[in-house]
Design a binder for this molecule. Sequence first.
Ligand code: AMP
Ligand code: ZN
Length: 482
Amino acid sequence: MVLKLYNTYSNQKEEFIPIQKGKVGFYMCGPTVYDYIHLGNARAFIVFDVLRRLLRYLGYEVTYVQNITDIDDRIIERALKEGVDTSEITTKFTRAFLEDLDALGIERADIHPKATEHVSEIIDLIQKLIDKGMAYQVNGDVFYDVSKFKNYGKLSGKKIDELISGARVSVDEKKRNPLDFVLWKSQKPGEPAWESPWGPGRPGWHIECSAMSMKYLGESFDIHAGGIDLIFPHHENEIAQSEGITNKQFVKYWLHNGFLEIEGSKMAKSLGNYRTVKQVLRDYPGVVIRMFFLQKHYRSPIDFTLEGMQAADSACNRLKIFMQNLAGKLSGIKAPHESFDAKSMRQDELNFDKMLTQRRDDFLAAMLDDLNTPAALSHLFDLVRESNKLVNKDRLTDGEINLLVSLQKMFEEFNELLGVVDAHEDKLDSELLKDVVQILVDIRKELREKKEWALADKIRDALQVKGILLEDKSGQTTWRLQ
Ligand code: AMP
Ligand code: ZN
C-alpha cells in the first residue's frame, strides 16, 4: 500500500516519495500570535497533526516544523492599543497557542521557530535576492520583483495578468509591478525594528517562512502545509523567494486544508464570525473537536454547527465506551493466552480473525488515500459494531481472548493516529468509576442481605439510568457499561 497525497502544485493525487529515503521534512505555517486561535485555525493544525502521526506510523523519521509569526501589523496594532510592548502580546498568545495545541491533543512540533529570532537569516535571503536582481530597494523598503520569476503563479494556477486584475493587491506607487510584494518594511514611528543594510525595519511575512523552513529543513524539503487561503499569495511568494535564490525545487508536496465555515463564510477573525478554541473547549473536550474535523475530508469545507459538534460528541462516546468495555473485559486476563493453540480456532473465531484483518486493511487504505479520515472512521465504527457481541460475551474461550487482545491493540493503534479517544482521561475515568461502582455494589449486597429490596433496587435502577448495568448471577454481582 502506498501513501497518496493531493499536491496543490500538480493539482492531483500523487504517490508520496520523500526526497531522502526514510525521512520527511514537514513545514506547517503556524499562527500569528496577536490573539487566541480560533476553531478554523484548529482545523489546519489538527489535520496535519494526523498526517504527521500517519507518516511516523509508516516508519518515516519526521521533522515537523511549525513557525510562530511574532512580528506583524496586527501584533503592533494590539500592542499600541493596550499600551504594552509587542513582546508582551506575543508571549501571552504564544503560550495560549501551545496550551490549545495540548488541549486538542496536537503534538508540539519538533521546532517552533519564531520570526523575531531569525531576522539575520531573513536579511541574508533578502540580500541574495537583491544581488541576483530579483528584489529592489525603495526608501528603506525592499520588494520582490515578480517579473523576474518565470514560474510565478504556478502554485495557484493563475497567470500574472489574471492575478493583477483579480487579486486584492495593495496599491503602492513604490512598487514596479502591483504584484511585487514586500520583503523588508522600513520602520514607521513607534514600531519595533531591526538594523539592516536598508536601514531599520522588519521582515515581511512571506520571507519569514522561506527563511525558517529552509534553515531547519534544507533548500528542498518534502511537505509544506496550511489552509487554502495561504496558496495565494503566501505560498506562491515563498516559492518565488526560495526558488529564486536556490534555483532548486523548494517543496515537493504542497498540501492545503479546506475552510471551517459558518453559514457559508470562512471562519475568520476579520469577519467576526469566529469562536476561539478556548471557548469551544468549555463545552467539548479536544477529542470531540478532533472528531468533528476528522469526520470530513480535510480538503472539503466544513460548516460549524451545534448538531455537528453533538454528533461528534456521541461518536467519541461510543468509541470510548467500547474501549472501556474491552479493557474491562480483558483486565486481569493474561495475554497472549498461554495455553492457546492457533490451530484449534473454531470457524466463528476464524471468521472474526478474518474480519479484523479486513478492517485493518480498510482503515489503512483509507488513511493512505489522501488522508481519507471519514472513510477510516466509518471502518472503525464497523469494527466496533462487529465486535460488540464478542466483547459483551460472558464466558470466553482462549481463542476469543486472543482475538480480543488483537482487537484492543488494533483499536489503540488506530487511535494513536486519530486521537479521538482520550486514553489518559479514559484510564482516570475507568479507575475512578470502577471504585465507585464497586462501593455501590457492596452496599447493595448488604441491603439485599438485610432484605431491604426497595433500596437495593433503587441503586441498581439509578446506575442503569447512567448506563451501568448490574447483573446478578449465582450469588455474584458483576457490572458493565451499556
Ligand atoms: P493564520 O494565523 O490566520 O495565518 O492561520 C493559521 C492557519 O489556519 C493557516 O494555515 C490558515 O490557512 C488556517 N486557517 C485560517 N482560517 C481557517 C478556516 N476558517 N478554516 C480552516 N483553516 C483556516
Ligand atoms: Zn508560512
